[in-house]
Design a protein around this ligand. Structure first.
Ligand code: ZN
Length: 258
């Protein structure tokens, strides 16, 4: 599997694969001539509603490739409502860079909305009045020595972060740094902004915007860019599948009506 992705080819493959998996692919915007796409599956009475996005940084191919793989596997359970956004920054992918060609880091732009990619995405989210049971964001990190994740959740929501990390550990290992990206980390788990008002944060990543408006439970998955792309894709597959399987699993106490 090559990491040198070309957005037109990738998106064409994604559209065909999503179509074959029974998804409806919608264009919520265009940048230059490149489409901004979401694959939707929205049954009448869904068991839950899940959002997954990737490719907000153009030099992080493992997330988009993992979503293409999940589509090819027809992994998405039909009783769940899905919104899958495979490539938020196609211009960045085309240029092989993290930001847009104008130098905007889209994952710091969700408060200001200065880039057309961000504005189109926020408009699509608001327009649908969308709320998700969980939102997942697929990323990569050149400085990481292993997998790590950002968890955001309300009190009483399932505590899944540790279990996702446990599942991914055999694939890429876990980044054990005590501080990652300026946030305290413990065994690869980061809970940024858990105790502070989001209003004090100036440059919102996508996760904060979703947290504020569309999903109280969310995870950002980060794979180590220095490892082979096949391992990074596998890490994302394991993380996504583990998170969703844990959310779907009936709780043991429910089974016994304790
Ligand atoms: Zn990233």
């Amino acid at each position: 599997m090559s990491a040198d992705l070309e957005p037109e080819t990738y998106l064409r493959r994604f559209v065909n694969t999503a179509d074959a998996a029974g998804f409806r692919v919608v264009e919520y915007g265009t940048v230059d001539t490149l489409p901004l796409l979401v694959a939707e599956h929205t049954p009448a009475n869904p068991r839950m509603s899940i959002y997954i996005s990737a490719g907000i940084h153009g030099d992080e191919p493992a997330g988009p490739l993992a979503l293409l793989t999940l589509m090819a596997q027809k992994w998405f359970a039909p009783e769940i409502a899905w919104h899958v956004l495979p490539l938020l920054n196609p211009r960045g992918m085309k240029a092989g860079i993290r930001e847009t060609p104008d130098g905007t880091d889209l994952n710091r732009d969700y408060r200001a909305g200065s880039a057309s990619e961000t504005r189109a995405h926020k408009h699509w989210l608001h327009h649908g009045g969308r709320h998700y049971d969980v939102a997942l964001f697929l990323h990569e990190d050149w400085e990481a020595t292993g997998f790590y994740l950002y968890e955001m959740r309300e009190a009483g929501e399932p505590d899944l972060g540790w279990r996702i990390l446990q599942a991914v550990a055999p694939v890429t290992g876990i980044d054990q740094s005590p501080e990652i990206d300026g946030f305290p980390a413990k065994n690869g788990l980061l809970r940024p902004h858990a105790d502070s008002s989001l209003e004090t944060v100036e440059h919102w990543p996508e996760q904060l915007f979703l947290r504020q408006n569309h999903a109280s439970l969310s995870f950002t998955f980060e794979t180590p860019s220095a490892m082979p792309v096949s391992a990074r894709v596998m890490a994302h597959l394991v993380a996504v599948k583990t998170a969703v399987n844990l959310l779907l699993a009936p709780r043991i106490e429910d089974a016994f009506e304790i």
